[in-house]
Design a protein around this ligand. Sequence first.
Ligand code: E4P
Length: 274
Amino acid sequence: MKIFIDSANIDEIKEAISWGIVDGVTTNPSLIKKAVEYFKNQGISFTMEEYIEKLLKVAGKGRWVSLEVIGNTEDDMLGEAETLFAKFNNISNNVIIKIPVNPEIEENGTKHFDGLKVIKKLKEKNIPVNCTLIMSSNQALLAAKAGAKYVSPFAGRIDDFLRKKIGMTFEKEDYYPEEGLVIDEKVLNDDGIVSGVDLVASIKEILDNFNFDTEIIAASVRNARQVRELAEVGVHIATIPFSVIKDMVKHPKTFEGMINFMKDTIPEYREIFK
Ligand code: E4P
């Protein structure tokens, strides 16, 4: 499984890349806001262009960096995608454009359903797309048919959605069972999907059934156990926040073992390294 880091924070991205485990980066407007605030609080100033250029260089060639459009209409999304690609892809040749599958925003009485049209047009222009905000298997199927290189199901947000249905309170990082929650003898579900991991597994099955080239980026990942379950269902890629990547390395018995080995090291053995 490939691991992308779900962050726009250059410090985090650099650190995770230095561990040798990062195959790509995903950003969105909220992650960019968070990263820019982090640097501004340290008195570091830059233009958005400078910041993105640096981010793309830090990620480097061969590691995709997803940059998201902000519009909702076909014209806006297409124009923004072309702008992002033209401005930034020449830096490290690693830009992929994030297009929401189906922004159903109502403007002047018109509802727009333009995500798929934009994906098709970008495919024709050889601009790679990561189709984002995927919340159902059908959306993923349509995005793959329209020509998305990647589809990003939001596993964590599906778990949130299911929990909120029953008014459950929870912390963002809380584990949600892959097999779903049983309430009044029925498994809580969204049109048959019982958890975020189940959504990813369903999309994987559908894409495999028809040999699509489209790969899945499991997004909105909330904890290390969810990453393990995503790996078990064979997802191609998981995009993971740095805090969760760090949790993946931890185990109390590993820590205890290190402390004991340190305590037990005899001076004669230590001498070898002097
Ligand atoms: C990445 O592609 C997504 O934008 C991101 O994983 C969303 O995560 P969130 O649901 O934690 O905001």
